[in-house]
Design a protein around this ligand. Sequence first.
Ligand SMILES: C[S@@+](CC[C@H](N)C(=O)[O-])C[C@H]1O[C@@H](n2cnc3c(N)ncnc32)[C@H](O)[C@@H]1O
Length: 177
Amino acid sequence: MNVYASLFFYFLYMHAESSNQGYSLGHHTDKGLYDHLSHLPDRARRYAGAMSGFAARTSIDSLVEAFDWSSVRSCVDVGGGWGPVAIELAERFPDLTVVVEDLPHVIADGPSRVPADLSRVTFQARNIRYEQEPHIGADVYLFRHVFHNFPDETCVQILRNQIECMCGHGRGIGAQD
Ligand SMILES: C[S@@+](CC[C@H](N)C(=O)[O-])C[C@H]1O[C@@H](n2cnc3c(N)ncnc32)[C@H](O)[C@@H]1O
């Protein structure tokens, strides 16, 4: 395929991908939720604040009960925001180390929110749509409340970006409670 054909299919794909999301239709934009927010700093801040409030009010009990975390030593919280779930998991499981991955502006506040005695929670800036998972061989890759924001094609791409790092050992958990 020549370069023009590749570009044509790329733009076709981007358009199809973003225009079939409820957010795009509701906000009369051809961008997806996170692309749109990245151009609107005030709204992005309000969204991040709303997510913080939401995360603080939702219990992780069901996540902890549905899976045996006692033998897990390393977890990557993919799309983990500023880290509320990672912090609570690390507080409940003293042998657990968690890396939180999210967009750079989202994790920016993360380190300052982690209690001083919880050095087992760290942060990694990563765009999960376009970048491969850099943490190879973690025990668990957690996706909590992540996939509902994306159309199917993007979810497939996000999962493809995870597969190699799992090396046949890691387990993926998708939590959508
Ligand atoms: C609904 S929030 C869920 C946050 C957290 N997992 C929880 O359960 O509270 C979705 C998260 O996905 C992140 N996200 C969206 N697009 C992303 C991308 N392309 N790369 C990395 N993170 C992304 C958002 O910044 C947000 O923190």
